[in-house]
Design a protein around this ligand. Sequence first.
Ligand SMILES: Nc1nc2c(c(=O)[nH]1)N[C@H]1C(S)=C(S)[C@@H](COP(=O)(O)O)O[C@H]1N2
Ligand SMILES: [Mo]
Length: 522
Amino acid sequence: MATPTADRSSIPPALDPGPRGGRTVLAAVLAVAASIGLGELVAALVSPAASPFLAVGQGAIRLTPEWLKETAIAWFGTYDKVALLVGMSVVIVAVTVLAGLASRRDPRPGLVLVVGMGLLALLATVTGPTFAPFDLVPPVVALLVGVVVWRWLHGLAVAPATEGGETSPAGAVTRKRFLTTAGVTAVGALAAGTVGRLVNDSAAGPASVTLPPAPAAAPVPVDADFVADGTPPWLTPAADFYRIDTALSVPRISTGDWSLKVHGMVDREVTLSFDQLRSMRLIEAPVTLTCVSNEVGGTLISNGRWLGVPMRDVLALAGVRPGAEQIASTSADGWNANTPLGPLTDGRNAMLAIGLDGAPLPVEHGFPVRMVVPGLYGYVSATKWITDIEVTTFDAFTSYWEQRGWGKFGPVKTSSRIDVPRDGATVPAGRTVAAGVAWAQHTGITGVELSVDGGPWQPAQLAAEPSVDSWRMWRLPLTLAPGAHQLRVRAVDRTGAVQTGVEALSIPDGATGWHTVAVTAV
Ligand SMILES: Nc1nc2c(c(=O)[nH]1)N[C@H]1C(S)=C(S)[C@@H](COP(=O)(O)O)O[C@H]1N2
Ligand SMILES: [Mo]
């Protein structure tokens, strides 16, 4: 049978797929898919944290320079991880198609690709923060599967083609046989990958936990927010709580597998199981978490009601030795933070939290146990999936983010935000209401002021203050003449300090400047 002919004169020779090109490209795509899919499946079965695909993504996160990470968060916000995975997939597909095209006669370009990808996954795995020898199994399997499937499919792809019929030349492969083989490989790769992900995600999670009855939490006063005017609710619904971490796939630890070791400059090392922690004295308290990467006017801030064991009780169990200055806390996925002992022991509601808003912690927010410290940015205090606490000195330990140029101490800076009207909004001329939030965790907000078109600072009405550890809502009725206007907000905290108008980027220790919105009244 004649091969269908098309006019290929306009295609550069190097990229002309030729009659076999389509087949070798498909073979390369399927070899890579089988490699990734089997890698996922084996990871789920032997070493859940060792998915070769995600290991490469985690490696990319570790190597990403700070400016690029900031740009990614600025562009994609909490979708930065999705963006990374999509970007990785696009690159993999592009490289695979090129390798497939280059393998029309010779299998070596495709072989270099599957071996190269396997080695990259191995390298990313070995250099990961939680590497254990068993983690080598998934990337090794992925590499071998890639090589075997590639050799096999490439052999079929470049064999002389026939359209079937009874007089096929020896060794010829019918289009039907090639496509059937390809289809079976595709289904197998997809099934392996899907089952792998499902198994990995099915570890015993929050639904398996009963929380001890909490000390009766004060109900949220009705006047704690101005939701009717457009502020967020005082208590953030758990599903809307902002999320920031370096984990591409959320660590899944059952309460039975969880334990916390407290060691270092202590009188006696302590290892706590989840049941032991849960049976200690519990407190329930609202705390507003803020990310140091939150830009002026940003949304990386949420308020939760946390249930947990006071940090000072846990530290007292181990007995902190004189001379100790801070703790180093480490998560199951190898992230770490440093927190000065002061805020952990001065009586504020610093805790090892096991619950959020009356339910066990959501997996994304640290299940089964995380740290929460009022008044400090998350990167120096809010370790999720925590498994290790070392009591140490300031000099002896430098944390993950500190190594990347962020400040050693991360006290939250007094700040405020305008939620309504939104920047760029059109509002009816005449009477309108501006509203938003202000925060100075563990200090408290005593005033919020608004300036319209650079005019005098006008005091806003403040909502109730159920806790100084949480944000505080404000509102201010305004009259706007038709035309363009600029609104600007600043907060005053309980020390009397007025929020600075000096503009600073979030690196190294938190953004500053007055949030400003432009609106048009018509
Ligand atoms: N294990 C782990 N814990 C972590 C982080 C992380 O990357 N890994 N990020 C910290 C940062 S920078 C912030 S702002 C808070 C965010 O907590 P949330 O996602 O529950 O809002 O978690 C902190 N705890
Ligand atoms: Mo953060």
